[in-house]
Design a protein around this ligand. Structure first.
Ligand code: DTR
Ligand code: CA
Ligand code: ZN
Ligand code: ZN
Length: 450
């Protein structure tokens, strides 16, 4: 899980200050100092299991779009604020979430003399003090059914939430999803939600992810250029699909992330383009038609189920799931509750130890005598590496000693540590030091499973 706490810098610009002996290395996430192990419990080895995001079914997302299309067709051709088609859309989405086990609430507000509705759905569990929030506006303009704008975002977020439930996902953070009303009137519903959220509750939101227009027929692949960690999660995922994204700059005030950003909450999101035209360079890298609007049916009656780019909808839906899983850290391990940190931490060659931390909350008593420590370190010549688990008491438990002859790469293992003298709650750290020269690498991720 990428920690969204504290100042987050892109990897390339992390400040690394090496001082004289006893070098203290200031990594992005933590200050660290070299330490020595106080005990060497036996460490057993088992394959690590990462909680990777599941695939989001395009067919399921499109089935939601068909439902929204039918709702519009049965309600005057639209799903606009104040019209029957909008409330019917809310009822459809709420019914799916209630059946899947979400805790839902409908917040009413008034705009233009009509009653509006926000739907908020909480997935039970996770750290209530760290909320990862994903949302989309559910209303259309009155001119049409609004299937790309914004049935696409609404359906992708809905199917991601239903997949969380289907997978029995146990995130480290608390997951919240929302479908906003009256966005087309100027982000009225989302602004009403944020303005009426107590400051203590706002402070618990680690990040808000916004999805407005994800399936434009002449699709572009835009990532909001707001919080760098969230932006990086999306950009890296698309790069893994060989899709070069562009940053979405003019969207700052143009959708439901704006009220969250104004309240100082980290935001991010995805966008496939609206009324502006695709350039020749964009057509070269993304396909589609240069000189044509990304969505020629933007805010028009032709924004129907035939106005959908399946490839863009599928990729963006899977990108949402990746971000939700990555930024909320957890696992679907039926047996245990996991806490994960997937933020990369560079390991200086033959330098000071570095650390990556996990804050464990919500548990009772002490840690188990068989605490699972899943480690994923990408590093050449792993024999140079010394790895310790540091408990909340500050005591270090050696999970891997150096072994000069071990020239293989990477440490991807699950160790078992007797941590029964430690309280479960508190800040745990993975401390890694490279004691040999001419090799390099980084902590890719690690997790604790109780
Ligand atoms: N205002 C949104 C569409 C929109 C236009 N530019 C952006 C940029 C980022 C997100 C959304 C948009 C609407 O019509 O719903
Ligand atoms: Ca998919
Ligand atoms: Zn719109
Ligand atoms: Zn929209």
């Amino acid at each position: 899980m990428l920690e969204l706490t504290g100042p987050t810098l892109p990897r390339r610009s992390r400040a690394v200050a090496l001082l004289a002996t006893g070098a203290a290395l200031t990594a992005t996430l933590l200050g660290a100092a070299s330490g020595t192990a106080l005990a060497e419990p036996t460490a057993a080895k088992a394959p690590a299991k990462a909680a990777a995001a599941p695939d989001i079914s395009l067919a399921n997302v499109k089935a939601h779009l068909s439902q929204l299309q039918s709702i519009a067709s049965a309600n005057g051709g639209n799903r606009a604020h104040g019209r029957s088609g909008y409330k019917a859309s809310i009822d459809y989405v709420k019914g799916k979430l209630d059946a899947a086990g979400f805790t839902t609430s409908v917040q009413q507000f008034t705009s233009g003399g009509s009653t509006g509705y926000n739907l908020v759905a909480d997935w039970p569990g996770g750290d209530a003090n760290h909320v990862l929030f994903a949302g989309a506006h559910l209303d259309s303009v009155s001119a049409g059914p609004g299937i790309n704008d914004n049935g696409s975002g609404s359906a992708a977020v809905l199917e991601t939430a239903l997949t969380v439930a289907r997978e029995g996902y146990k995130p480290g953070k608390h997951l919240r999803f929302a479908w906003w009303g009256a966005e087309e009137l100027g982000m009225v519903g989302s602004r009403y939600y944020v303005n009426n959220l107590p400051a203590t509750e706002r402070a618990k939101i680690d990040g808000y992810l916004n999805f407005d227009m994800l399936a434009s027929p002449n699709a572009g692949y835009f990532v909001y250029d707001d919080d760098p960690t969230i932006e990086g999660v999306f950009k890296t995922w698309f790069a893994g699909k060989n899709i070069s994204t562009e940053i979405e700059t003019e969207g700052d005030g143009r959708s439901d992330h704006a009220p969250f950003k104004s309240a100082g909450i980290r935001v991010g999101g995805l966008f496939s383009g609206a009324e502006t035209r695709k350039s020749a360079a964009q057509a070269q890298k993304w396909g589609g038609t240069a000189g044509q609007a990304f969505d020629r049916c933007y805010h028009s009656s032709c924004d129907s189920t035939s106005n959908i780019n399946d490839k863009a909808l599928d990729l963006n839906s899977d990108a949402i799931a990746h971000a939700v899983w990555t930024l909320s850290g957890g696992s679907t391990d039926p047996g245990g509750t996991s806490f994960e940190n997937a933020a990369d931490v560079a390991i200086p060659d033959a330098g000071a130890a570095v650390e990556s931390s996990i804050s464990v909350t919500g548990r009772t008593g002490n840690a188990p005598s068989a605490l699972k420590v899943g480690v994923d370190i990408k590093h050449t010549w792993r024999g140079d590496l010394v790895v310790d688990l540091v408990g909340p008491s500050g005591r270090a438990y050696r999970v891997k000693s150096s072994s000069g002859s071990d020239s293989a790469d990477n440490v991807v293992e699950t160790f078992t540590v007797d941590a029964s003298s430690e309280t479960a709650n508190g800040t745990w750290k993975l401390r890694v030091q490279d004691i040999g020269a001419q090799d390099s690498g980084y902590i890719d991720s690690w997790k604790l499973t109780f």
